[in-house]
Design a protein around this ligand. Structure first.
Ligand SMILES: [Zn+2]
Ligand SMILES: [Zn+2]
Length: 361
């Protein structure tokens, strides 16, 4: 059988490069050659064990842009009805839907209860730190428009779908809103982009890295606050910018627990606080629950974007690729056998966005 390379996580903090079988696509599925495999902050948490025990050995990578190598029997279109053939570029949602579970059919929610995030590395596999991804039947993929830049679509990886999901579930940004974003990693940058595009009056980002703050401003942040300020100082600066009622929307995209009490405190009267980044940060934090009542605020979270959020993210990225420097967000590229270095660059914050590029040997 044909084989391809893959970065395989064999245990906590242990990555190896394997030659793994590349099976034929199944009916309804597709085999894609990876063009760019996105390196996500979640992958860092998975590698370090912070995200809990995983079914090792696994191929990391749930984000990607790939080129269709072969479609499975019966496949003539993508999951939005657009005709596809070998050679087309596609972007996908990494969770296959069964369409016959309570979440899929009754709640119309993700994730599907019968979905699997990981498969054993030697079984048919959709991990994207690899030469090929085998997309099973039910895993939604979408054809990139002809003029799309793959880097622009990959640059915000699963972060842009996550943010679109968050605003969909917890309330969209409206024209004239004042928005604070905690953290300028990919989820924070995507939040800035969506808020700015939605017509927010103020989009204020808080981050420790001058480089990431500068990128956030290029994506539409109106102000950027460094983390070497103290909480009271940050609050005063934000309330000066937003007015005495405070921000309408605060987005947690920091991924650190201490951001949570600060976010509750920052959220203005009748505002909402959307938790997106704490997926990999297990623990508790003290807050004053009375603040939620007296300020009449909503605190909510969201994860696992739906297929439509991937579709919207792809089209939003392509529409904006010539107006905002999305492709330039891809700051680091690594070959499959340098996956460990890619994850280190994300963990240290050196990378705005890192990708696996299988053509790098
Ligand atoms: Zn991701
Ligand atoms: Zn299901």
């Amino acid at each position: 059988m044909r084989t391809g390379r893959a970065a395989v996580m064999v245990g906590k903090d242990r990555l190896e490069t394997w030659e793994v079988p590349v099976p034929e696509p199944e009916a309804g599925g597709a085999l894609v050659r990876i063009v760019l495999g996105g390196v996500c902050g979640s992958d860092v948490h998975i590698l370090s064990g912070e995200a809990g025990e995983m079914p090792f050995p696994i191929i990391l990578g749930h984000e990607g842009v790939g080129m269709i190598e072969k479609v499975g029997p019966g496949v003539t279109t993508d999951y939005a009805g657009v005709p596809v053939k070998a050679g087309d570029l596609v972007y996908w949602s990494p969770i296959a839907l069964c369409h016959r579970c309570h979440s899929c059919t009754v709640l119309e929610e993700t994730p599907c209860e019968n979905s699997q995030f990981f498969e054993h590395a030697e079984k048919p596999n959709w991990g994207s730190y690899a030469d090929f991804a085998w997309l099973p039947n039910g895993l939604p993929f979408f054809r990139l428009p002809d003029h799309a830049q793959p880097e622009a679509v990959a640059s915000l990886g699963c972060a842009l779908p996550t943010v679109l999901r968050g605003f969909d579930r917890c309330g969209r940004v409206r024209v004239g809103d004042t928005v604070v974003v905690q953290g300028a990693g990919p989820v924070g940058l995507a939040s800035v982009l969506v808020a700015a595009q939605a017509g927010a009056r103020e989009v204020i980002v808080i981050d420790g890295s001058p480089a990431r703050r500068a990128v956030a401003q290029r994506l539409g942040a109106t102000s950027a606050i460094a983390l070497d300020t103290d909480m009271a100082e940050r609050r005063r600066m934000i309330y000066d910018l937003c007015g005495p009622h405070g921000p309408n929307v605060v987005v947690e995209a920091a991924g650190v627990l201490q951001a949570f009490p600060e976010g509750v405190d920052l959220t203005g009267n009748h505002g909402r606080y959307i938790i997106l980044g704490l997926w990999g940060a297990i623990g508790t934090q003290p807050i004053s629950p009375r603040d939620m009542t007296t300020k009449n605020i909503t605190v909510s979270g969201a994860t696992f974007p739906k297929p439509k959020h991937y579709y919207e993210a792809m089209h939003m990225s392509v529409r904006l690729q010539d107006k905002v420097p999305l492709a330039e967000l891809v700051s680091h590229r690594f070959g499959i056998n340098a996956a460990g270095e890619a994850l280190a660059a994300v963990k240290s914050g050196a990378a705005i966005k890192a990708v696996i590029d299988p053509t790098i040997r």
